[in-house]
Design a protein around this ligand. Structure first.
Ligand code: C2E
Ligand code: CA
Ligand code: CA
Ligand code: CA
Length: 274
């Protein structure tokens, strides 16, 4: 009836309103958290299983929210991208990660960069500045980029990526295989590393075609001279299959979780002792 229809409309409107209010509060919280220093970084090792060493560590941002405790980046990064706060936050992440890596004895750091940071226009300057002020050599910094960066204005993206390469840094294509045109991107953009998306690794034990896809990506990497990292390795079975297929760079909870900086330093000291 008309009556219940209207009630329904009211219900949806209220729900939407709640969501907008919640987002508004989180935006305020983000801004406040940024000023208050409530963010910190964890670092997840990427292993070279053949050389038996840590090849690099990926910086992952964490938010210690004063009321809600730990909020997942999967939740607040999209919001920070919407409201633009990813630009100052991303800047802080970049500088903090470069600074941290200067103490790692030649082991590099990998930093996730949002498409919004690309559009901001000053990314190249910010990366140069982060390297200069920390003193980290360019080849020890890698930026992880998803194809979202390349979707909107490919010509501009090519130009920015080329400028980034002149700083001597490395570029990784993150979440490889989940997008629509990953292959043409590999042809047109100067990537050094492919990261096979976790969804393919997850299915390795159970689905023949997941393994076929992983093998194809490994072959592609080899043919193009790119290194290939498997992300999200959680089981010994997955690691065994990857090793059999000659994937030597792996990341995942099986090998190491993301670690706070003091734990990273302990781990690196332990490994150096062996
Ligand atoms: P991502 O870049 O694909 O990062 C990998 C995510 O997988 C991380 O989640 C990591 O903790 C998780 N992970 C690693 N190994 C395993 C595993 O074996 N199993 C499972 N289930 N998960 C694993 P996290 O830290 O929650 O980050 C989620 C996403 O949020 C990231 O995906 C990235 O898109 C974004 N993000 C995180 N930190 C940053 C950052 O500093 N800047 C930007 N722009 N985005 C970030
Ligand atoms: Ca990543
Ligand atoms: Ca990824
Ligand atoms: Ca992802």
């Amino acid at each position: 009836s008309k009556e219940s229809g209207r009630g329904q409309y009211h219900f949806y409107a209220t729900e939407m309103n709640d969501r907008i209010m919640a987002q508004r509060k989180m935006t305020e919280d983000l801004r406040h958290g940024l000023a208050a220093g409530d963010f910190y970084l964890e670092y997840q090792p990427r292993f070279d299983t053949r050389m038996r060493r840590i090849r690099s560590l990926e910086a992952l941002v964490r938010w210690a929210h004063p009321e809600s405790g730990r909020v997942s980046p999967a939740e607040f990064i999209p919001l920070a991208e919407q409201n633009g706060l990813i630009v100052p936050l991303g800047d802080w992440i970049l500088r903090t990660a470069c600074q941290a890596a200067t103490a790692w004895d030649g082991i590099g750091v990998s930093v996730n960069v949002s498409p919004v940071q690309f559009r901001d226009g000053n990314l190249v300057d910010k990366v140069r500045e982060a390297l200069q002020s920390s003193g980290l050599p360019g080849h020890l910094l890698e930026l992880e980029i998803t194809e979202g960066v390349l979707l909107e204005d490919a010509e501009r993206a090519i130009q920015v990526l080329a400028e980034l390469k002149t700083l001597g840094i490395k570029l990784a294509m993150d979440d490889f295989g989940t997008g629509y045109s990953s292959l043409s991107y590999l042809r047109n953009f100067p990537f050094d590393v492919i990261k096979i998306d976790r969804s393919f690794i997850m299915d390795l034990d159970t689905r023949e075609n997941a393994r076929a896809i992983v093998q194809a990506i490994l072959g592609l990497g080899k043919a193009l001279g790119l290194s290939v990292t498997a992300e999200g390795v959680e089981t010994n079975e997955q690691l065994a299959v990857l090793t059999m297929d000659q994937c030597t760079e792996v990341q995942g909870f099986l090998l190491a979780r993301p670690l706070k900086l003091d734990k990273v330093m302990e781990l690196l000291a332990e490994l150096a002792d062996i």
